[in-house]
Design a protein. Structure first.
Length: 274
């Protein structure tokens, strides 16, 4: 995505259409569009030809972009889990791992980055009915591997608004839920985690369209991405106007929800009741 965004910026700076760019590499306009969105792999020859078309003659700049093209084609660690994942999800895992700020609204269950192993296993079993235990355990292992991001030095900022419904909907037995609530209390005290709970008592709110994730990246020319998961696919939105709508909804959710301290108190209250 980073390479694609840079190629788009270079093309637009030269006033070259996608159609003309596609012609230069013996491809269609739609192929250029997919390249600029980071949705296809990159051939070194194609990138070289595009850089020439865009007037990039500086050897250092060309080498940097060609190096990025080679990196873009290297499979990430998560690809070893592809056999137990829906086709659209590895892309999300890669984006999540590259993000420096992850903002989330979740309503169905506790977000994967905050799940205990026992709770994750209960969620995966519910979502993968009929799957073998080996496949269930492999999916759980991926979830636990993703969680290492948050604990790393220099890990991403993680801001989440959890609907109270996600905390009251049981996955697993009583002990699993108690362990999950206790874990949320503990992880919410990490300096890079901001956890808020949207209580039932507030009523209707700006998260009415359902769960969503906003991913922000360190590169200034890489736009934020909104991730929306559906039953049989997922959407990745990066148009400025779309992102702005979700940013507005999340900001309102954060403003309308109790702060982190009050949310911890709410979690402690639910723990006592469980």
């Amino acid at each position: 995505m980073l390479l694609g965004s840079q190629l788009r910026r270079l093309r637009e700076a030269r006033g070259i259409t996608r159609e003309a760019a596609g012609y230069s590499i013996r491809a269609s306009e739609s192929k250029i569009s997919r390249m600029e969105l980071g949705r296809v792999s990159f051939k070194t020859r194609d990138v070289e030809d595009l850089l020439t078309l865009y007037g990039i003659t500086d050897e250092q700049e060309r080498a940097s972009l060609l190096s990025l093209a080679r990196e873009a084609n290297v499979a990430g660690w998560w690809h070893s889990y592809s056999d137990v994942l829906p086709s659209w999800f590895p892309t999300y895992v890669g984006l999540e791992g590259a993000a420096t700020l992850i903002r989330v609204y979740e309503v169905q269950f506790v977000h994967g980055l905050l799940q205990t192993e026992a709770y994750a296993r209960a969620v995966v079993r519910r979502g993968m009915k009929g799957a073998s235990e080996a496949d269930v355990e492999k999916r759980v292992a991926l979830r636990l591997e993703r969680q290492k991001y948050l604990a790393e030095v220099g890990g991403p900022e993680f801001h989440i608004v959890l609907d109270e419904a996600a905390l009251r909907r049981p996955y697993g037995d009583r002990e699993v839920m108690r362990g999950q609530l206790q874990h949320l209390i503990e992880v919410s005290e990490q300096p890079n985690v901001r956890l808020q709970v949207m209580p039932f008592g507030f009523g209707g709110h700006s998260g009415e369209s359902g769960a969503f994730t906003l991913l922000s990246f360190p590169e200034s020319d890489l736009s934020d991405v909104v991730y929306l998961e559906q039953l049989t696919s997922a959407l990745y939105l990066d148009k400025r106007e779309d992102v702005a709508q979700y940013e507005k909804a999340l900001k309102e959710l954060q403003q309308d929800s109790p702060g982190p301290d009050e949310s911890r108190d709410l979690l402690r209250g639910l723990l006592q009741l469980s």
